[in-house]
Design a protein around this ligand. Structure first.
Ligand SMILES: [Zn+2]
Length: 317
């Protein structure tokens, strides 16, 4: 609700009242003797922030204006599915109707009938996005995996070719590295050649700004929903993110297998939905990725048709 705050805005109301001031004063005295309550209401009306007299002839009602301030974006991402936590996560985000991104591991899709079923559910779900988190997840031997950049690229290509031909957005297993045009960051320097190779092969590598941590032995979350919100507020306040006002949050499907932890996830999402200053979005809407796509489309449009046919498959977004 807007409240007139300047003296220029308040002035016309006083002018409007001047000519008949004596008459109003008499009426007010009479009214006071009849009903103190009515006088209070009249004064409340003059003080009201919904009616503001700006012109002598026609009072103008000013409706409460909604803030046009852009919302800060949060990209909630879930890694390592499909697994036994995926079903719970999918149920919650569908019921709460929020956009989230799943970074899946190719091998997990074929590991069991149940995981294949979860994969089919992910593919059929609306309002979510599925991106590539490698085929093998390095079998959790990251140092050895990243020593061979060609193997890393082939591993990503295997998931892309077998399951996700429509996206080139990937997350490197076990590494918080970024490659989106000039947005470059490598957390462990020994992995740099492999990350560069992924980018050269046409992949967009997305890391994270904040993680919802869990205990790797028990797979239980280490932060409550309330604590996560506090950490998010702090990250925005301190500008701890790769791209201003855009925060990528990492979570893991498997953690929400337990009912207590899935309750924390639901509570977290509900609390976020109640915040006017935050908005959840899909990773493909991340500003640097949107810009990359516009640039890639422009470049493709400039290439003659014959050359486009020769372009590597990884150029297709
Ligand atoms: Zn992972």
């Amino acid at each position: 609700m807007e409240i007139p705050s300047t003296s220029e805005e308040a002035e016309p109301a006083a002018d409007f009242l001047k000519p008949s001031f004596a008459f109003i004063l008499i009426l007010s005295v009479i009214a006071c003797t009849h009903s103190g309550k009515k006088t209070e209401e009249a004064h409340a009306l003059l003080r009201s922030d919904t009616i503001h007299i700006t012109d002598e002839k026609k009072p103008v009602a000013i409706a409460g204006k909604k803030s046009s301030k852009p919302k800060k974006k949060i990209y909630l991402t879930f890694d390592d599915g499909p697994n036994n936590g995926t079903r719970n996560v999918l149920d919650i985000v569908q019921e709460e109707n929020v956009p989230v991104t799943f970074f899946i591991v190719g091998e997990h899709v074929f590991a069991s009938q149940g995981q294949r079923h979860n994969w089919n559910r992910l593919k059929a779900a609306g309002n979510i996005e599925i991106c590539n988190h490698s085929y093998t997840h390095a079998h959790n031997h990251y140092d050895r995996f990243y020593e061979l950049p060609e193997t890393v690229v082939k591993d990503m290509e295997k998931t892309r070719d077998s399951l996700l031909p429509e996206t080139n957005i990937v997350r490197a297993p076990g590494r918080n590295s970024w490659r989106i045009d000039s947005l470059q960051y490598t957390d462990i320097k020994k992995s740099k050649p492999a990350m560069d190779s992924l980018q050269k092969a046409g992949f967009i590598v997305v890391g994270w700004d904040l993680e919802w941590h869990y205990d790797p032995k028990t797979f239980l979350v280490q932060n409550t929903a309330e604590e996560m919100l506090t950490m998010i507020d702090s990250a925005f306040a301190r500008k701890r993110m790769r791209y201003p006002n855009n925060l990528v949050l990492l979570a893991h499907d498997q953690v929400y297998h337990s009912s207590a932890d899935s309750l924390q996830l639901r509570t977290f999402i509900q609390k976020l939905k109640n915040r006017d200053d935050y908005e959840l979005a899909l990773v493909s809407a991340y500003p640097a990725i949107r810009k990359h796509r516009v640039l890639a489309d422009t470049t493709r449009a400039a290439i003659p048709a014959a050359d486009t046919a020769k372009s590597p498959k990884t150029d297709t977004l």
